[in-house]
Write a protein that binds this ligand. Structure first.
Ligand SMILES: Cc1ncc(COP(=O)(O)O)c(C=O)c1O
Length: 472
C-alpha cells in the first residue's frame, strides 16, 4: 500500500470510531508531516482521498473538517491483493454471465441485480413528445442523409455537450451507434484482430469480457482499487512486457467499483498510452451521474493525439430502450464509420431525430440534476439499509455517483451461491465472479441503488442480511 493510502486509512479509522467527530477540524498538514514523518504531498494526497470517500470536506482558507454523515461510511475496503501481472489469456465468461443476466428479467425479483436505474426516474412523457414531433417533421431523405456517421443535428447537440466538458469535439469525429455497447465493440474491432492482446480492468464490466471473448482476443488484467482506481504502475509494466493493441477502461464511476480516476491519473494514463502509441477505448456511460459539483472530465479531455475513443450513451441517463450511443473516435473515426455501416448499417433514424429534438428543447440538464439528486438520496437510503441489516464485516467504498455499490463480503461467503439462494428468496444480487476473466471476486457482489426506496427493497436487504448471517 502507498504511504498516502496508509495515512488516509489511519485518518478514516479515527473518523469512523468517532475519535474525530463530525464537524471536527483535521490536524494541519504541518502537524501530520511531523507526526508521521511524511512529505506534504503525501498528506495532501491522503486528504484528497478522504475527500473522495466523502469523509472530509475542505473549507476555504480554514482547512479540512469531518463531513456530515461521515460516520455512515463503512470501514475502508482493504486494498485489492496485488494481482500478479497476468499473462494474456483468452476469455471464457459468457455462459456464466448469461445465466446471471437471465435472472434480471424476472419481475417478481427485487432489482438489486439490475444494470439500469428505475424507468420511473426518466422523463418518458417529454421524450415521447420529442419523438412524436421529430417523426412528424422527418425529412424522408434522412433515411439516406442520417446514415453513419449519423444525424448531423444530433451530432451537433452531442458536440455541444463536449464543449460543456471543456472539449472542442469535431462533429466529423462523432459516430452515432446503437448504445455505447456497439460503440465500444466497433472501437475494439477497429484496432485489433483475433489473437491480439487488450488491457482491461479487474474487476471489469462483464460485457467487455464478452466482447473480447467474442472477437477472439486475449486479455491482460490491470487491477482497479475501489479507492483510487486503475493501477498505472501495473499498466506500465504490461505495456512494456506485452504487445498490447488497445486498452478498454472506465475512467469515471467504474462499473462495478464506482471509482473515478483523479484528473492527475487521467492525464498520466493518456500520456503513458501516447508514449506507447496504444489507443484507449474509454467507456464513460456513467460520467453524467456524478454527485460532485462538476462532471468529472473523461480522459479524452487530455488527448492531443486522437488516440482516445470516448464512448458514451443515453442508456443510463435518459432513455435505456432507445439504444442511442456514440463514440468520439479521434483518428479512428473513418474506420469506425465503415465498420458501423458493415455491421448494422445505421442507427434508427426516427430515434436519432427524436433524441436530437429532446437534447435541443427537452431540458436534459434539468432532468440530470433531478436524477442525480434522486440517486444520491437512494445511495444514502441503501447505506442506511446496509448498516441496519447486513453484518458489520460488509465493506465498501462510498461511490460519488452512479447507482452501484461494490460490496466486499466476509471471506467465507460464496457470491455465486448467494446469488442463487437470493433468487429463491426473490432477490437478485450480481455476483463478483462475472466481473473477472478468471472468475475472481468470489466474495464480492454488486448491488443496484437506482430504484426509489420501497418496502420491497428494504425487505430484500433484510433478507440479504439473513442469508449472509446464515452462511457464517
Ligand atoms: C460500464 C458499461 N458500459 C457500457 C454499457 C452499455 O451501454 P448501452 O446500454 O448504452 O449500450 C453498460 C450497460 O450496462 C455499462 O454498464
Amino acid at each position: 500500500m502507498k504511504r498516502y493510502q496508509a495515512l488516509a486509512d489511519t485518518m478514516a479509522a479515527e473518523i469512523r470510531t468517532g475519535r474525530l467527530p463530525v464537524g471536527a477540524r483535521l490536524p494541519s498538514v504541518r502537524h501530520l508531516t511531523t507526526q508521521y514523518g511524511v512529505g506534504q504531498s503525501t498528506v495532501f494526497r491522503a486528504y484528497y482521498l478522504l475527500e473522495e470517500w466523502g469523509l472530509i470536506r475542505a473549507r476555504e482558507r480554514s482547512g479540512y473538517y469531518v463531513a456530515p454523515g461521515a460516520k455512515l461510511s463503512m470501514p475502508p475496503i482493504p486494498p485489492m491483493p496485488p494481482t500478479p501481472l497476468a499473462e494474456p489469456a483468452p476469455i471464457d465468461v459468457s455462459s456464466l454471465v448469461f445465466s446471471v443476466l437471465d435472472a434480471v428479467k424476472r419481475p417478481d425479483v427485487a432489482p438489486l441485480g439490475s444494470a439500469f436505474p428505475s424507468p420511473a426516474l426518466f422523463p418518458l412523457q417529454r421524450l415521447a413528445k420529442s419523438l412524436a414531433h421529430a417523426t412528424r417533421m422527418l425529412d424522408p431523405w434522412s433515411t439516406v442523409t442520417d446514415m453513419p456517421p449519423g444525424s448531423e443535428p444530433l451530432r451537433r447537440q452531442i458536440a455541444l455537450r463536449y464543449i460543456g466538458m471543456g472539449i472542442a469535439q469535431p462533429v466529423e469525429e462523432l459516430i452515432v451507434t446503437n448504445g455505447a455497447m456497439e460503440a465500444l465493440t466497433l472501437c475494439l474491432m477497429a484496432v485489433t484482430k483475433p489473437g491480439d492482446v487488450v488491457a482491461i480492468e479487474s474487476p471489469c464490466f462483464y460485457a467487455a469480457l464478452q466482447a473480447i471473448e467474442h472477437l477472439g482476443l486475449r486479455a491482460v488484467e490491470i487491477p482497479v482499487d475501489p479507492r483510487d482506481g486503475l493501477d498505472l504502475d501495473v499498466l506500465a509494466e504490461a505495456l512494456d512486457k506485452h504487445p498490447v493493441r488497445a486498452c478498454w477502461f472506465m475512467t469515471n464511476l467504474q462499473n462495478p467499483t464506482g471509482v473515478t480516476l483523479s484528473v492527475e491519473k487521467k492525464r498520466a494514463l493518456v500520456a503513458l498510452l501516447a508514449k506507447h502509441d496504444v489507443p484507449l477505448i474509454e467507456d464513460d456511460v456513467y460520467g453524467e451521474l456524478h454527485f460532485a459539483r462538476e462532471r468529472p472530465p473523461p480522459a479524452k479531455a487530455f488527448d492531443t493525439q486522437g488516440l482516445v475513443m470516448h464512448c458514451a450513451s443515453l442508456s443510463k441517463t435518459l432513455a435505456p430502450g432507445y439504444r442511442l450511443g456514440w463514440v468520439a473516435a479521434g483518428r479512428f473515426a473513418d474506420a469506425i464509420r465503415r465498420l458501423k455501416l458493415m455491421t448494422s448499417i445505421s442507427t434508427s433514424i426516427p430515434i436519432q431525430a427524436g433524441i436530437a429534438d429532446y437534447l435541443e428543447h427537452g431540458g436534459f440538464d434539468k432532468h440530470l440534476r433531478k436524477l442525480r439528486g434522486a440517486l444520491l438520496a437512494q445511495r444514502d437510503a441503501m447505506e442506511h439499509a446496509i448498516a441496519r441489516w447486513l453484518p458489520p464485516d460488509v465493506a465498501f467504498v462510498r461511490p460519488d455517483g452512479g447507482y452501484f455499490l461494490w460490496l466486499q463480503l466476509a471471506d467465507h461467503v460464496d457470491a455465486m451461491q448467494l446469488h442463487r439462494r437470493g433468487l429463491e428468496h426473490g432477490i437478485n444480487v450480481t455476483p463478483g465472479p462475472i466481473f473477472s476473466a478468471r472468475h475472481a471476486y468470489g466474495n464480492y457482489v454488486r448491488i443496484n441503488f437506482g430504484h426509489p426506496w420501497s418496502p420491497q427493497i428494504e425487505h430484500a436487504m433484510k433478507t440479504l442480511g439473513e442469508l449472509l448471517r446464515a452462511s457464517a
